[in-house]
Design a binder for this molecule. Structure first.
Ligand code: HEC
Length: 148
């Protein structure tokens, strides 16, 4: 009986060497920026709407209602995907003219530092914890049927 010849996988060295070379080519700042950008995107996707609801109760519901007319602050159900300053509320001119449409990025910037994102806004509190921002954004997303 003859044994079939032992088939060895092709040596991977050549291809991986050129691959590594190309990878090293985007090293340094560009590579680092890419890694950070990918990490940030992943973090946004990881927001937990359940925890976000708690964040909303603790840190937002003192001013914000979800539906109906807001007195202290605009209603936030449906805010994800909505044009800034377009619900039933007496917004600041700054918010009405901001031209923002609320998505992951714009919400995260605004919540991190409202008056930097929209100079002159009437919202004075911020949410400095990035995880809490991701969570509350994930929660707001669930309240916008079109954006689920
Ligand atoms: C102290 C009261 C207060 C708290 C607490 C507060 N906000 Fe606000 N928020 C406001 C006001 C007032 C506005 C309207 C700002 C303007 O017109 O410039 C606003 C606007 C917003 C907007 C834009 C709404 C739109 O229709 O364009 C979002 C989004 C928002 N807040 C999210 C949050 C979230 C999330 C929290 C909790 C982490 C929070 N806010 C906590 C007062 C508050």
């Amino acid at each position: 009986m003859t044994l079939p010849p032992l088939i060895l996988p092709p040596p991977p060295f050549r291809r991986s060497a050129s691959g590594a070379g190309r990878f090293a080519g985007i090293g340094g700042r560009a590579g680092l920026a890419l890694v950070i950008a990918l990490t940030a995107t992943a973090a946004l996707a990881q927001g937990d709407p359940k925890r976000g609801q708690e964040v909303f109760q603790d840190q937002c519901s003192g001013c914000h209602v979800l539906t109906g007319q807001g007195f202290a602050a605009p209603p936030l159900a449906g805010v994800y995907g909505r044009k800034a300053g377009s619900a039933d509320f007496q917004y600041s001119d700054a918010m009405k003219k901001s031209g923002i449409v609320w998505d992951d990025t714009s919400l995260s910037h605004f919540l991190a530092d409202p008056s930097q994102a929209v100079p002159g806004t009437a919202m004075t509190i911020n949410l400095s914890d990035p995880q809490q921002r991701d969570d509350v954004i994930a929660y707001l997303r669930t309240l916008s049927p079109a954006s689920k």
